[in-house]
Design a protein around this ligand. Structure first.
Ligand code: NAP
Length: 278
């Protein structure tokens, strides 16, 4: 039976470290400020935004909230971001995704100044990650690295397989594992013989977006399994992309859903907000 990687505990530790550093900065008169923009009334996005605001409050980061109606014009949103880019008292800008239909997400995200892009989605920050320069890193994959490191799991020299190649999870995840000297393979929907590929992995990161897709038959004995997926089943319960009951029989370490990768995303956002002022 696998050891459980406790994302709640590790994310709390990260937030407490950020909180301590923010308190130290506050005593020097420095406060990080995050501007959070929500367009429309998507209930899931409202929950995410509220959780981000609560985490800011906990850590001692000032948050400014911009809640705009769903019919906001793209140009008006761009104008708001440009104003926030120009404000010296705003260090981080976050636009909650997804945006309503009709708004060009790429244009919006590309407008955020790379120096304030705490989500790490701007092409400049993605480029910096790919050439090993310091910049903001996408929060979910950055959180996975923290889960591995803080659980004492060695990445260097290990066979790492990432399933999924999205811009916000799979691709930055593969670049971070490479930076940590893992030997990285990225699998996706066109990968032939997926099981053969995943069974090579010492560390398997699953970001497919399909509930309970990966069971024990995809996993090498003793592998570390990180489940990025999050889904709410018809029974109202949350589950991941990994079939936890089956996978935990063969893995050495595994993240649960909920309580694994999920809480790390906000913790790393707080870390990025702190980095925006130091
Ligand atoms: P996405 O944009 O839908 O990407 C899914 C990836 O999985 C794609 O690259 C796709 O390949 C690949 N894929 C789909 N079916 C496959 C199959 N049968 N075999 C192999 N690969 C397959 O999803 P995402 O945004 O990366 O998110 C992935 C999961 O993580 C979702 O469940 C999402 O809810 C969750 N998530 C969680 C957090 C968190 O904070 N915990 C944050 C972000 C996302 P192609 O590229 O070939 O289509």
């Amino acid at each position: 039976m696998a050891n459980i990687i406790d994302g709640k505990k590790i994310s709390q530790a990260v937030k407490d470290e950020v909180k301590a550093k923010c308190a130290e900065l506050a005593s020097q008169g420095i406060t990080a400020t995050l501007a959070v923009i929500l367009v429309g009334e998507d209930p899931a996005s409202q929950v995410y935004v509220n959780n981000k605001k609560k985490a800011c409050e906990y850590c001692g980061i000032r948050s400014l909230s911009y809640e705009l109606p769903a019919d906001t014009a793209e140009d008006a949103l761009i104008e708001l971001i440009e104003e926030l880019n120009a404000r010296s008292d705003v260090n981080g800008i976050l636009v909650q995704l997804p945006l309503p239909d009709g708004i060009n997400e790429d244009r919006v995200l590309d407008t955020i100044s790379p120096d304030k892009d705490v989500d790490g989605f701007h092409p400049v920050n993605v480029g910096k990650l790919s050439i090993g320069k310091k910049g903001f890193v996408s929060c979910t994959p950055a959180g996975v690295i923290q889960l591995l490191k803080r659980s004492g799991i060695e990445i260097s020299g290990k066979e790492c397989v990432v399933i999924g190649r999205s811009n916000i999870v799979g691709k930055p995840m593969s670049m971070l594992l490479l930076k940590e000297n893992g030997t990285v393979t990225v699998a996706h929907s066109r990968t032939a013989n997926l099981k053969e590929v995943t069974k090579r992995a010492d560390i398997l990161v699953v970001a497919i977006g399909k509930p309970k897709f990966i069971d024990a038959s995809y996993i090498k004995d003793g592998a570390v399994v990180i489940d990025v997926g999050i889904h709410r089943g018809e029974d109202g319960k949350l589950c991941g992309d990994v079939d936890f009951d089956s996978a935990s029989q063969v893995a050495s370490y595994i993240t649960p859903v909920p309580g694994g990768v999920g809480p790390m995303t906000i913790a790393m956002l707080m870390y990025n907000c702190l980095s925006s002022v130091i």
